[in-house]
Write a protein that binds this ligand. Structure first.
Ligand code: IPM
Ligand code: MG
Length: 355
């Protein structure tokens, strides 16, 4: 089969980690008889520099005209400390999510037994933890209107806004995901304070009746932040709104030993997108030191969820597991004998080829 994949390498280490995922996917193609057609688009800081827009129309058209999107990272320190910047790299990511209708962000957190010792949390707490954050991605504080400065810049307003429809469609994703797992959904919110959170509970609670084999429970976000560290095994599927999901998924990534291990999928009405959850790591850019495994595992999610190629996705994950077991790892996971980004990618590709 032929598959057209749009690659958006983005900023910082994005291009390097994407190159390793592409290396691995091309081996998948050889081994399983697929042909991946790669087309590239600009996004983020690099797009601003070349076109003035963080998500150019040309990139959007490429994203619409493909089977799946592989995304690297976005973010440039040039803009981080400049609150007055007119166009920001992050706007590209948010515009893309909105325009492609990518409302569900799926972030699995998996513990690799060979890396238990790398977790900053005690091994007996994290061993066996296996959870997924289902984060709403196109609503809430990230997009609500009004958002503006008032009173000559002395007051700022953001708006947290959710509709019943927005909550229902993401909740459905979470319930269905739990069906293929340990059958438990935890709705994480701040319903003791926020009106939007109370709406989430009113909408999600009756939906559970449609999924009689799924257990639904509730947790306030401040407690969830604590439970993720002291008892991560209690979670199966965490269902939550945009900002809480952003924060909790970074926190959850820590228990696995490195944020450089965590892939994600963003799905919606159109083309699905796959990306590592880490950012652009500007200090590591161009140095061949960044961990490519999160992007390679995102490619595995792309194969599984985007193209429905299960055996191919399993093969990539097994090759990653063996690479981890062999200790062929970048500095974040191997302090004594760190390997380069391309060494790790090449090793995964080699294992996959059966060599
Ligand atoms: C993420 C990132 C983005 C977000 C940033 C870069 C806008 O942190 O994908 O989690 O906040 O959603
Ligand atoms: Mg984030």
């Amino acid at each position: 089969m032929n598959y057209r994949i749009t690659v958006l390498p983005g900023d910082g280490i994005g291009p390097e980690v994407c190159a390793e995922a592409i290396r691995v996917m091309n081996v998948v193609g050889e081994k399983f008889g697929h042909h991946f057609i790669w087309q590239y688009g600009l996004i983020g800081g690099s797009a601003i520099r070349e076109t003035g827009s963080a998500y150019p129309e040309e990139t959007h058209l490429k994203c619409l005209d493909c089977d799946a999107i592989l995304f690297g990272a976005i973010g440039d320190p040039l803009y981080d400390n400049n609150p007055d910047a007119k166009v920001r790299p992050e706007q590209g990511l948010l515009a893309m999510r909105k325009k492609l209708g990518l409302f569900a962000n799926i972030r699995p957190v998996r513990i690799w037994p060979d890396l238990l010792h790398m977790s900053p949390i005690k091994e007996d707490r994290v061993a066996g933890a296996d959870l997924v954050v289902v984060r709403e991605l196109t609503g809430g504080l990230y997009f609500g209107e009004p958002r503006e400065l008032r009173d000559n810049g002395r007051v700022a307003v953001d708006t947290c806004l959710y509709s019943v429809e927005e909550i229902e469609r993401i909740a459905r994703v979470a319930f269905e995901m739990a069906g293929g797992r340990r059958k438990k959904v935890t709705l994480v919110d701040k319903a003791n304070v926020l009106e939007t959170s109370r709406l989430w509970r009113r909408v999600v609670t009756p939906m559970a009746k449609d999924y009689p084999d799924i257990e639904l429970d509730y947790m306030f976000v401040d407690n969830a932040a604590m439970q993720l560290i002291i008892n991560p095994k209690r979670f199966d599927v965490i269902l939550t709104e945009n900002l809480f999901g952003d924060i909790l998924s970074d926190e959850a990534s820590v228990i696995s030993g490195s944020i450089g291990l965590l892939p994600s999928a963003s799905i919606g009405d159109r083309v699905p997108l796959f990306e590592p959850i880490h950012g652009s790591y500007p200090d590591g850019a161009g140095k061949n030191v960044a961990n490519p495994l999160a992007t390679i595992l995102s490619a595995a999610m792309l194969l599984r969820m985007g193209l429905h190629l299960t055996a191919e996705a399993d093969a990539v994950e097994t090759a990653v597991e063996q690479t981890i077991r062999a200790g062929i790892l970048t500095w974040d996971l191997n302090r004594d004998n760190p390997r380069s980004t391309s060494d790790v990618g090449t090793h995964v590709a080699h294992v996959l080829m059966g060599g």
